[in-house]
Write a protein of this length. Structure first.
Length: 133
């Protein structure tokens, strides 16, 4: 279910409006199912689920921070802020992959690592806008 949900949301964001419809979703679902069947023996499904869970949790954390920042600023996020949110999600997800695959910071919970990564990136990128020296 998470695979179909993630794929459909990604397809809505990335695809031009002319390629979004029932037929395109059918093609996307068949292609992703075929790819999954062909490569399902090459890696553990449990590892894939754990990594996708981490990415979804990181996305939720970024969206919560974006929501709170939006209400503090009372304006729509500009391009720089949206890029900062994307970078925060990407870096937190990469940190979780490194932790899971290579034993990077094994003593730290993956949830704590994701939250701290998001906070660090958002503080470094957006903090300069709030602090006037």
């Amino acid at each position: 279910v998470a695979n179909v949900y993630s794929a459909s949301v990604g397809w809505e964001v990335l695809a031009p409006s002319s390629l979004v419809g029932k037929r395109e979703y059918l093609i996307l679902g068949l292609c992703l199912t075929t790819i999954f069947i062909l490569i399902s023996g090459t890696f553990s499904i449990d590892n894939l689920l754990e990594l996708s869970d981490g990415a979804l949790i990181n996305l939720s954390v970024v969206l919560l921070f974006a929501y709170f920042i939006h209400h503090l600023q009372k304006k729509v996020p500009d391009r720089f802020e949206r890029n900062a949110y994307f970078a925060a999600w990407l870096i937190a997800s990469v940190a979780n992959v490194l932790q899971h695959c290579f034993g990077f910071l094994n003593d730290v919970s993956s949830l704590v690592l994701g939250i701290m990564s998001v906070m660090l990136v958002l503080f470094l990128s957006l903090g300069s806008r709030f602090v006037r020296i």
